[in-house]
Design a protein around this ligand. Structure first.
Ligand SMILES: [Fe+2]
Ligand SMILES: [Fe+2]
Length: 295
């Protein structure tokens, strides 16, 4: 039911309609995030295909000058440069980064573009916070996975980047309900309630691997599967997410509490190891954030 001239919908009515819409979207077969840049999906497909060439990747990245600049900047940042010379060729920068890193940079770019969409101006600060939080969780997940010697550590960064993608979807979808955009905090709390199933549906629609979809769906639950013994990708991102929510100043006691959860127990980390993962993650996330200076 839509509003008509002379009738005003109460915010509760609008919320109810919006929640019904989100529930419907969660069951959709190919959920697409509005305004997500094509280049991100194109690069992801190329990075995942066995037969893609460097020429194809350079061509895809070159379509977005802002992305090309960020690829060069990150390839020359302390994160990736190591002792090599400053790289000015896009092709060599992409070679230095590697396929997986290029795919993750394209995802960071896509999420940043979402938060700059003019239609979400009232929520720009909120989406920037979610974006910066996602960068931190991605790096924390990468360090935790390496520290815990997980076989799929390479997927941890991507899963961390995408874990809260559902929040972007909720805010972008609310464009159809202007009353919600004006209502401020209530939309952020709807995003908090709905981002997990919505995120799963989005990543399923994009054809991402099931473990990454499950991260989006279950990362808020540190106590899932209490009797399972081996850690999985969701444990890594759930711990990284909880750590990021605690902030840099998490006390030893808080770290011990996190490590006593089902996810924390399976990862078998010491508080000192977890703290060092988080410190390294902060530095790496800051480096990545600096590569996107216009936010
Ligand atoms: Fe979340
Ligand atoms: Fe999160």
């Amino acid at each position: 039911m839509s509003s008509t001239a002379g009738s005003t919908r109460s915010i509760f009515e609008v919320q109810k309609l919006f929640l019904a819409r989100l529930a419907e979207d969660c069951g959709a077969e190919h959920l697409v995030i509005p305004s997500f840049p094509d280049v991100t999906l194109r690069i992801r497909n190329l990075a995942d295909a066995a037969d893609s060439t460097l020429i194809q990747l350079v061509a895809a990245v070159s379509l977005e000058p802002v992305l090309a600049a960020q690829v060069l900047r990150l390839a020359n940042s302390a994160l990736y440069r190591q002792s090599g010379p400053v790289e000015t060729s896009l092709a060599r920068a992409i070679q230095r980064l590697g396929m997986a890193e290029l795919r993750d940079i394209a995802v960071m770019f896509g999420m940043r573009q979402l938060s700059l969409a003019p239609t979400v101006a009232p929520f720009r600060d909120y989406l920037r916070e979610v974006w910066e939080h996602s960068l931190l969780v991605a790096q924390a997940a990468r360090f935790i996975a390496q520290h815990a010697r997980m076989a799929n550590a390479g997927s941890a960064q991507l899963a961390g980047l995408l874990h809260d993608l559902g929040k972007f979807y909720v805010v972008l979808r609310a464009q159809d309900y202007p009353e919600l955009l004006e209502a401020g905090q209530s939309l952020a709390s709807i995003a908090a309630d709905w981002h997990c199933p919505v995120g799963r549906a989005l990543l399923e629609g994009w054809g991402l691997p099931l473990p990454v979809q499950l991260v989006a769906e279950e990362h808020e639950d540190l106590e899932r599967d209490p009797i399972r013994l081996l850690p999985d990708l969701t444990d890594v991102v759930a711990l990284a997410n909880a750590l990021a929510n605690h902030g840099e100043g998490a006390s030893d006691e808080e770290l011990v509490t996190l490590l006593a959860t089902a996810a924390g127990r399976r990862l078998q980390l010491e508080p000192v190891g977890l703290r060092s993962c988080f410190q390294s993650a902060h530095e790496a996330a800051e480096e990545a954030r600096r590569a996107f200076p216009s936010l």
